[in-house]
Structures are given as structure tokens and as C-alpha cells.
Design a protein. Structure first.
Length: 82
């Protein structure tokens, strides 16, 4: 069994108010690490009963570009986990 994970985040040039709110809330909640920024995103986990081939990964990439993300404001990455 394999999992194909598509991570979608806002492009760097797009403002991320939710990420900014999280960044400001961390010290108020007692966290001591100091990130320079926080970006929020979403993940899609596609479970397959086999290891995906290059043709199948190309199809998943096409789905990520047309359905799972908004290419105007978001970028995505794809990784496979076993």
C-alpha cells in the first residue's frame, strides 16, 4: 500500500492572515520558539493499493494542478510514502 500526499500552500507572494494569526498566538500560548513566519496549508492523502508508476503520478500531478489547488494563488508538492 502506498500513500501519495499532495501538500498545497499559498504562494509566498500571497498574504496568509491565518498563518500570521498563528505566528502571533504562539508566544501568547507559552511557546518559546520564534518562527520568522508561519504559512498554513492543506494536505490531500491519496491511498493506493500499489506503488504508483510514473504515468499514475503524472495523473495525480494533473489533478493537483487542476482540482486540488488554485494555481493562481497556491503551489503544491507531491510525495509518496509507503
Amino acid at each position: 500500500m502506498a500513500k501519495v500526499i499532495v501538500d498545497v500552500v499559498l504562494k509566498d507572494e500571497i498574504l496568509d492572515p491565518q498563518g500570521d494569526a498563528i505566528s502571533r498566538a504562539l508566544p501568547r500560548m507559552g511557546f518559546t520558539f520564534s518562527p520568522t513566519s508561519v504559512r498554513q496549508g492543506k494536505s490531500f492523502i491519496i491511498t493506493l493499493d500499489h506503488e504508483p508508476g510514473s504515468d499514475e503520478l503524472s495523473e495525480i500531478e494533473k489533478a493537483a494542478a487542476t482540482l486540488l489547488s488554485n494555481p493562481v494563488i497556491e503551489s503544491f508538492s507531491i510525495r509518496v510514502e509507503n
